[in-house]
Design a protein around this ligand. Structure first.
Ligand code: DAH
Length: 293
């Protein structure tokens, strides 16, 4: 017992002595840290920057501006009439169901827009009145959209789209293809591998989808392209006569094309990011690394 107590006392003394040394050196280094050295560069404040998704949308606007497109905006809280009816989407279409769409409780026909296409309906209705004088309509509309999707590497209940539309006389598939091919080259570079594939959307006829060769795997198949080697980034087509008529335009005289691009998908392809959640988690290191986007 005596031996153990002796050991304990020696330990305690040793500990106290060491503590005193540490306290002293802590005080000393604290006073050194406060010393002012006029030769040191000043600490730089962290600079804010645009979010990479906003930068990509700005870039798209700049690709289309020289082609005569201006920017239009529509509300995120929309009506069923603009989001579905004006786009020739039938009453019983599954996208209208409450499993896919966020409806406002207690407000009939009010919802969070599921795509940027309702901006087409608003702009067409507004600009149809003097289309004789203007000769046509061209606009781009970037914005947020909402769907009841589970969060995973390629889905989020809130995401972004850029809608585009052109109305004029004698507009056909060749104009759509030329315009979108130009935009894809501007985004992905002149060697971009892009394909147009027939598809169906109620508001266009004919309709198509535009895929890019998956830059993440080079086309050999990965999680992001679901093994197919291609990623769909755009829906497009020639305006359905019902969409033109709904807005008060005569489909015998006027024709046009429209497209809707998924911004996150495109950003993932441009920046080789395999998980869209990174865009929303706002990690400083990720956002800094995105400087080039
Ligand atoms: N609104 C469609 C979607 O969210 C995309 C789209 C397809 C937009 C065809 C268009 C179009 O303007 O013509 O999936």
């Amino acid at each position: 017992g005596a031996a153990i107590n002796g050991l304990k006392n020696r330990w305690e003394e040793g500990l106290k002595a060491r503590q005193a040394v540490l306290e002293a050196s802590k005080k000393q280094s604290a006073s050194r840290a406060w010393a002012w050295d006029p030769d040191l560069p000043p600490p730089l404040p962290a600079r804010g920057a645009l979010h990479p998704l906003n930068r990509l949308m700005d870039r798209l606007v700049e690709v289309f501006r020289p082609l005569g497109y201006h920017v239009e905006e529509g509300p995120e809280a929309e009506t069923e009439a603009h989001n579905f009816d004006g786009l020739n989407i039938p009453e019983d279409h599954p996208a209208r169901g409450s499993a896919d769409t966020f409806y406002f409780a207690g407000q009939k026909g009010r919802l969070l827009r599921t795509h940027t296409s309702p901006v087409q309906v608003r702009v067409l209705k507004r600009l149809a009145a003097n289309i004789q004088e203007t000769g046509g309509i061209r606009f781009l509309s970037p914005g947020r959209v909402y769907r009841k999707d589970e969060i995973d590497p390629t889905h989020s209940p809130m995401f972004h789209q850029v809608e585009g539309m052109l109305v004029g006389r004698g507009i056909g598939m060749q104009h759509l293809k030329g315009t979108l091919a130009h935009a894809m080259k501007a985004l992905f570079g002149p060697g971009a591998d892009v394909r147009f594939r027939p598809s169906y959307f109620p508001f266009v006829e004919p309709g198509c989808e535009v895929d890019v060769r998956c830059p993440l795997c080079g086309g050999s198949g990965c999680r992001v392209c679901k093994g197919s080697g291609w990623v769909e980034i755009l829906g497009a087509g020639l305006l359905h006569p019902n969409v033109l008529s709904y807005a008060g335009l005569d489909p015998q005289t006027w024709s046009g094309f429209a497209f809707g691009m998924g911004v996150e998908r495109t950003a993932m392809m441009v920046s080789l990011t395999p998980d869209l959640r990174l865009f929303f988690e706002l990690g400083q290191r990720f956002l800094k690394a995105m400087g080039g986007l």
